[in-house]
Design a protein around this ligand. Sequence first.
Ligand code: PAF
Length: 282
Amino acid sequence: MNVATTIQQVREQVRAWKKAGLTVGLVPTMGYLHEGHASLIKTSVSRCDRTVVSVFVNPTQFGPNEDLESYPRDFDRDSALCESLNADLVFHPEVSEMYAEDAATYVEILSDMPKQLCGKTRPIHFRGVCTVVAKLFNIVQPDRAFFGEKDAQQLAVIRRMVRDMSYGIEIVGCPIVREPDGLAKSSRNTYLNAEERKAALCLSRAVGLGKRMVLDGERDARCVVNAMTNLIMQEPLAKIDYVQAVDGVTMEPTDDIYQDVLVAMAVYIGKTRLIDNFSVRL
Ligand code: PAF
């Protein structure tokens, strides 16, 4: 497995693969890889001839008071994991390789979609995500790109960007991977102390409750959201950012439960902001 730190190295490698008629999968990550990322890499390896994993903590998607500086990093561990999973290339650029000092061009969806859910408290987040993912698409020119369903709004935003910008790339969403006790895998779980780690289970319990209500026939999204909210509020260490039901494609709030509605939440456990969700399958 090769490690590339420059855009040119990636372009040369991908050009050689394409010349040989090989398909290329891209797994964009910010590193500190866990089993959730591993499942994306495995899916790409199984569906594409070659797999590129990008490891880049993207500064443009962090707000001024967010955790850019403290975001966990361990590139040696990440590259060993990529190698063990048969990835072919890891792209690990410096910030200066990705953004010129006077870079002033962004990719931004100008509908309400990136303003819903996480966008309410993270106003520049999805502009940063779209910009870096568009750049990665331009650099790697993959046939397919793989994203986790835990970041459901990110996945919807990227699908929209791909449609609007006519990228000929298949976007593959991969299921949430959970710890044995239910907590969704996240690089930010490392911020939790033992007490917070226990408290964080209120998110997956709320997901379980919401799913059961829908399975039992509840079709009023407000009842589902209220029940989930009440469950989370019983946890003293939890502070709700949002629990909301939205259309799975547009991210517009909905009061009804129907196929593919997304029920999503962001909850602070102490200082750590965690997200979780489920999509309605009827
Ligand atoms: O999901 C992430 O880790 C990031 O938002 C992504 C897609 C790699 C863009 O920086």
